[in-house]
Write a protein that binds this ligand. Structure first.
Ligand SMILES: Cc1cc2nc3c(=O)[nH]c(=O)nc-3n(C[C@H](O)[C@H](O)[C@H](O)COP(=O)(O)OP(=O)(O)OC[C@H]3O[C@@H](n4cnc5c(N)ncnc54)[C@H](O)[C@@H]3O)c2cc1C
Length: 502
C-alpha cells in the first residue's frame, strides 16, 4: 500500500559560484571543424551511435552486453493486463525503483512490477545523453546522502546487480575528484557547503589559490578565492552500463519490460480514500499505447510510479486529463531543458590527473579518455534557455560562451584545435528548485513521483530508487530522510535550493 511520507519543509539555500570568469572572451576563436556534421549524425542516431563509437574506439568492454544494449527491448511482449506496480519510464530511475521493489519485497508476495518505456532506443532519454558524473559536493544533506549511498552501491555493483551466468558488470568508473572553483562572491557558500559535506561523511578538501596552483599548475587562478576538491567517491562512469545493469537484474528478478506509451490514467471516482481530497479516486488502470498501433492496452494496477524523466510533468498533465473530479489537478513543473555537450581535442591540455572542473562561471569540463580529449559545457545563462523542441546542437554556444570561459581558466585550451563532436540532451528539469522530486503525488492517492532530478539524477539513481521502493513498501525509509523532496513543495513558495547546481 502506498503511504504518505513526512510533509516537506522547504529551506533557503544560497546559490553560489557566480563571478564572470569570462575574461577569455577577447581571445581568438578556436578553429571551426567538421563538428556540425558529426552532431547531425548524433542527432539522427542518438546515443546508439555514441555507444557504437565508444565500442569502436575500444572504450567499452568486449562483452556481449555492450552490443546487446544497442537493442534493449527488441522482443518486448505487450504489457500484462494486471500489475501491482506500473513504472512509467524505463530510464535509470524507473529501472532502479523496479529493481529495488523486487529486491526488498517479501518474496512470498511475488509482486508484479511492470516497466513501460515508449522509446526502446532511448534516443532522447536523459540517462544515455548525460555525462555520467558522480560527486558528493552538494549543499543539501539529502543530495549528499543520496550521492554517497549511490557511490557505495556503484563500488559494489556486482554484489547487487550481477546476474548469474552473465559477465561481471563494468560501468567503467573513472575515479576523479570534482574541483569547484569559487570567486570572492561565492566563497562563503562553497565553504558552508563543504562543512555540510564533511558532516555527512564526505571527504572534501578546501584549497587556497596557492594550494590550487601547486596541485594543478595548468589552472589560471585569477578570480579564484577558494576551491573544493573531492578526495573520494567522485568521478564518472558509463550511463548505459548502469541502465542496462539495473534492467537486466530487475528482469532476472521477474520485472516485466514493455514497450509502449502510457497515455492515460483511469480512476475510480466513486472511491474516495480517507484523508485525500474529494473528487479524485485511486488510479485503477493505465492505458498503454502499443508501438506502431493505435491500440491501447489497459493495465490494472495498485500503484503507478511516474518516472518519465523530463516528461514527468507532461505525463501527469496529459494522463490525468480525464480524471478531473470536483478538484482541479495542479501541474508539477518537471520539463525538458536542452543542454549541450561538446567534445574537443587539445594535445597540450592537462593530463591524467585532470579533475572534473566546475569554473566560477558555471562552465565545466573533464577529461574524456586518455588521448588529449575533453568534454564540457555549461548551462545557458538565466533567461536564455534554448528551444527544447529538438535536440539540435548550437555550435555558436561553444564558441561564444563555453570556450572563452574555459580558455580563461585553462590557458592551454587557447590553442584548442578541434571540436570533435557534440550532442544535446534534456535535463529532467524541476523548474521550481532543480532538485529531485520523490514521494506520493499530493492529489493522486496511489501515484508516486520519481523525477525532476535535473543534472544529478543518474548518480543518485541507485539510492533514490531504493528510497522510493522503501517508501512504497514500508511507508518509511531509515537511511535517508527525503521528506523535503516530496512533490508538495513544488506548489509552495519556498524552493529547496541547492547551491551546487551545474
Ligand atoms: C547533458 C546532460 C548531462 C548530464 N550529466 C549528469 C551527470 O553528470 N550526473 C548525473 O547524475 N546526472 C546527469 N544528468 C541528468 C541525468 O541524466 C538525469 O537526471 C537522469 O538520467 C534522469 O533519469 P530518468 O530515468 O528520470 O529519465 P530518462 O533517462 O529520461 O528516462 C525517462 C524515460 O521515460 C520515457 N517516457 C516518457 N514518457 C513516457 C510515457 N508516457 N510512457 C512511457 N515511457 C515514457 C522516456 O522515453 C524515457 O526513456 C545529465 C543530463 C544531461 C541531459
Amino acid at each position: 500500500m502506498l503511504r504518505a511520507v513526512r510533509g516537506g519543509r522547504a529551506v533557503w539555500a544560497p546559490r553560489g559560484g557566480s563571478g564572470s570568469g569570462s575574461g577569455g572572451a577577447k581571445l581568438g576563436r578556436p578553429l571551426r571543424t567538421a563538428a556540425p556534421q558529426r552532431s547531425d549524425i548524433f542527432r539522427e542516431l542518438g546515443p546508439r551511435l555514441s555507444r557504437l563509437g565508444q565500442a569502436l574506439r575500444g572504450q567499452l568492454p568486449e562483452s556481449e552486453g555492450a552490443w546487446n544494449s544497442l537493442r534493449p527491448h527488441q522482443n518486448s511482449p505487450p504489457p500484462p493486463e494486471r500489475a501491482d506496480v506500473v513504472v512509467v519510464g524505463g530510464g535509470v530511475l524507473g529501472w532502479s525503483v523496479a529493481y529495488w521493489l523486487k529486491t526488498l519485497e517479501n518474496r512470498r508476495h511475488g509482486m508484479r512490477v511492470v516497466v513501460v518505456e515508449r522509446d526502446p532506443t532511448y534516443s532522447q532519454a536523459s540517462t544515455v545523453l548525460s555525462v555520467g558524473g558522480i560527486r558528493q559536493q552538494f549543499s543539501l544533506p539529502e543530495n549528499i546522502r543520496l550521492s554517497l549511498q549511490s557511490a557505495t552501491f556503484l563500488r559494489t555493483i556486482n554484489e547487487h546487480l550481477w546476474v548469474p551466468n552473465e559477465p561481471p558488470i563494468d560501468i567503467q568508473f573513472q575515479p576523479s575528484g570534482y574541483l569547484f572553483l569559487a570567486s570572492e562572491h561565492g566563497a562563503a557558500t562553497l565553504e558552508a557547503g563543504v562543512k555540510v559535506q564533511r558532516e555527512e561523511g564526505a571527504k572534501v578538501a578546501l584549497l587556497s589559490p596557492s594550494q590550487l596552483k601547486a596541485k594543478f599548475p595548468w589552472i589560471n587562478t585569477e578570480n579564484v578565492a577558494v576551491a573544493s576538491y573531492g578526495l573520494e567517491n567522485e568521478g564518472w562512469f558509463d550511463p548505459w552500463s548502469l541502465l542496462n545493469a539495473f534492467r537486466r537484474k530487475a528482469m532476472s528478478l521477474g520485472v516485466y519490460s514493455c514497450v509502449g506509451e502510457v497515455t492515460s490514467f483511469v480512476a475510480d471516482t466513486a472511491d474516495n480514500t480517507p484523508g485525500m481530497p474529494r473528487g479524485v479516486g485511486r488510479v485503477k488502470y493505465v492505458n498503454v499505447r502499443l508501438p506502431d498501433s493505435p491500440e491501447q492496452q489497459p493495465v490494472s494496477c495498485a500503484i503507478v510510479v511516474a518516472a518519465a524523466g523530463a516528461w514527468t510533468g507532461k505525463l501527469l498533465d496529459s494522463a490525468t486529463a480525464g480524471l478531473q473530479g470536483s478538484l482541479t489537478l495542479r501541474r508539477l513543473p518537471i520539463e525538458p531543458r536542452k543542454r549541450y555537450v561538446y567534445v574537443w581535442h587539445c594535445p597540450g591540455g592537462p593530463g591524467l590527473e585532470t579533475p572534473f572542473l566546475i569554473d566560477t562561471s558555471g562552465a565545466y569540463f573533464r577529461r574524456e579518455g586518455i588521448a588529449g580529449n575533453y568534454l564540457g559545457s555549461m548551462s545557458p545563462p538565466e533567461g536564455r534557455e534554448p528551444d527544447a523542441g529538438n535536440l539540435e546542437v548550437d555550435h555558436d554556444f561553444f564558441q561564444e560562451e563555453v570556450w572563452p570561459r574555459l580558455a580563461h581558466r585553462v590557458p592551454a585550451f587557447r590553442s584548442l584545435k578541434q571540436v570533435k563532436s557534440a550532442w544535446a540532451g534534456y535535463y529532467d528539469y524541476n523548474a521550481f528548485d532543480q532538485n529531485g522530486v520523490l514521494g506520493p503525488h499530493p492529489q493522486l492517492p496511489n501515484v508516486f513521483v520519481l523525477g525532476g532530478f535535473s543534472g544529478h539524477g543518474l548518480q543518485q539513481s541507485p539510492a533514490a530508487g531504493r528510497v522510493a521502493a522503501e517508501l512504497l513498501l514500508h511507508g518509511s525509509c531509515a537511511a535517508v530522510d527525503v521528506g523535503r523532496l516530496a512533490p508538495g513543495r513544488l506548489w509552495g513558495s519556498e524552493p529547496l535550493l541547492e547551491a551546487a547546481i551545474v
